[in-house]
Design a protein around this ligand. Structure first.
Ligand code: X2X
Length: 352
C-alpha cells in the first residue's frame, strides 16, 4: 500500500513537472499588430479574433490588438520582421506591408491582374497558390492561419477625374513603401511618394499629396477620405489580401488544443472580415452611395479605358512576374481566366 502511495506521489510530481513549463510559457497578454484603426472591417476582424480566442480558451489566452501601427513605431513595412522576431505575437497584416520581405506576396499587387474578380481571388487563396504562400511564410518564421481582406484598391485624388494614364501625369500620389508601387506609379507618369498610413492621412489633409489608393469599404469610408479627395476611380488595379498570422516562436509555445482553438477562431473571424470588406461592393451599391452622398465624383472605366492602364503598366507586370515566380503568376492568370470564361459562358458581360 505504502509503495502505491509513493508511486502515486511520484507520478503526480512527474505530471506536474511535465505540464508546468508549458503553463509557465503562457504570457499574460499576447500582442497583436494591426496597421489601421479599430472601426474598419480590418480592425473589427482583428478584435473579433481576439474576443473569440479569449472566450474559447476561458481566458487562458488574452490577445490585445494594438491598432494604428502602434507596435511598429509607425513603420508598417516592419510588421513581418516584428512578427518573425516575436516582438508581435499575432497580426492581421496586409500582404503589401509584408511584400518587401516576402517577394511572392507581390503577386497580389501585379497591376490589373485580378480585374475585380473576387472569385479568382478566393480560388487562389483556397487552392494550391494559397497553400504555397502559407508554406513560404511558415518557413520564414510566421504561421499563417487564414486569409482576410483589405480589398481592391481604388485611386482617389483632389485634382481631377482619372479616366486615362494621361490624367495621372504629375499627380503626387501617396503609396505604401513597397517597391512594386513605385514602379507602377512611375510607369503611369505620376509622382509617387512612399509614406506610412498615419503620415499619409495628415499629408492628404494638408494637401501635401494629391491622392492615394486604398479599398473603399475598409479605408475610404471609415477614414472619410472625401474630406481630402473629391475624385475616385474604380480601377481595381491590385487586390490587398490580409493574413491572420502568429509568430512561430509564440505558436510553438502553445499547446495543441489552444493552437486548434486559435486556428478555428482565425478562420471564423476571417470569414466575417472578408464579407464585411466586400459589403456594398458586390451586390447593392451601399458604399458607392456613401461616397456620392459625401460629394465624391465616381469614375467607372470602360473596358477600353481599363485596357489603356493595363498596357501602360505591362513592363512593370512582366518585370515583377519573373521575380515572383512564373508558376504562381500563371496559376493566378488561369484562375482569373476561368472565372471570366464562366461568366462569358453564362452570357454575362465581362467586367474588365
Ligand atoms: O497603408 C495602406 O495603404 C494600407 C492601410 O492599406 C496598408 O496597410 C497596406
Amino acid at each position: 500500500m505504502k509503495k502505491m502511495v509513493v508511486c502515486f506521489v511520484v507520478c503526480c510530481y512527474i505530471f506536474i513537472a511535465l505540464v508546468t513549463p508549458v503553463m509557465a510559457a503562457y504570457k499574460a497578454e499576447y500582442r497583436m499588430s494591426v496597421v489601421v484603426e479599430p472601426t474598419s472591417p480590418w480592425g473589427q476582424g482583428a478584435q473579433m479574433f481576439a474576443d473569440l480566442v479569449k472566450k474559447r480558451t476561458d481566458g487562458r489566452i488574452v490577445i490585445k490588438p494594438y491598432f494604428r501601427s502602434e507596435l511598429l513605431a509607425g513603420k508598417q513595412t516592419n510588421e513581418f520582421l516584428l512578427l518573425r522576431q516575436g516582438a508581435a505575437d499575432f497580426a492581421l497584416g496586409s500582404t503589401i506591408n509584408w511584400s518587401p520581405m516576402v517577394k511572392e506576396l507581390n503577386l497580389f499587387s501585379l497591376p490589373f491582374l485580378f480585374h475585380n474578380e473576387y472569385q479568382a481571388v478566393d480560388a487562389l487563396e483556397t487552392g494550391k497558390v494559397g497553400k504555397k504562400v502559407f508554406n513560404i511564410l511558415n518557413n520564414k518564421g510566421v504561421v499563417a492561419l487564414a486569409w482576410g481582406e483589405n480589398g481592391f484598391r481604388e485611386i482617389t485624388n483632389s485634382k481631377r477625374p482619372i479616366n486615362s494614364p494621361e490624367d495621372m501625369q504629375g499627380l503626387k500620389i501617396r503609396i505604401v513603401g513597397a517597391p512594386i508601387f513605385m514602379d507602377i506609379f512611375k510607369a503611369l507618369g505620376a509622382d509617387p511618394v512612399a509614406m506610412n498610413w498615419e503620415e499619409a492621412l495628415s499629408a492628404l489633409r494638408a494637401g501635401k499629396v494629391d491622392g492615394q489608393e486604398n479599398p473603399v469599404v475598409s479605408i475610404t469610408v471609415p477614414y472619410r477620405l472625401w474630406e481630402a479627395n473629391k475624385y475616385i476611380t474604380f480601377w481595381h488595379y491590385a487586390i490587398d489580401p490580409l493574413i491572420f498570422a502568429a509568430s512561430k516562436e509564440t505558436w510553438d509555445a502553445l499547446d495543441r488544443i489552444d493552437q486548434e482553438i486559435i486556428s478555428k477562431a482565425a478562420r471564423e473571424a476571417a470569414n466575417w472580415q472578408k464579407n464585411a470588406a466586400r459589403e456594398g461592393l458586390t451586390g447593392s451599391a451601399g458604399s458607392l452611395d456613401i461616397l456620392k452622398k459625401n460629394g465624391m465624383e465616381i469614375t467607372l472605366l470602360t473596358p477600353e479605358q481599363f485596357q489603356a492602364f493595363k498596357i501602360k503598366t505591362k513592363p512593370v507586370y512582366d518585370k515583377w512576374a519573373s521575380d515572383i515566380g512564373t508558376d504562381l503568376v500563371r496559376a493566378a492568370e488561369d484562375a482569373v481566366q476561368s472565372v471570366e470564361l464562366k461568366k462569358a459562358g453564362k452570357g454575362k458581360k465581362i467586367n474588365r
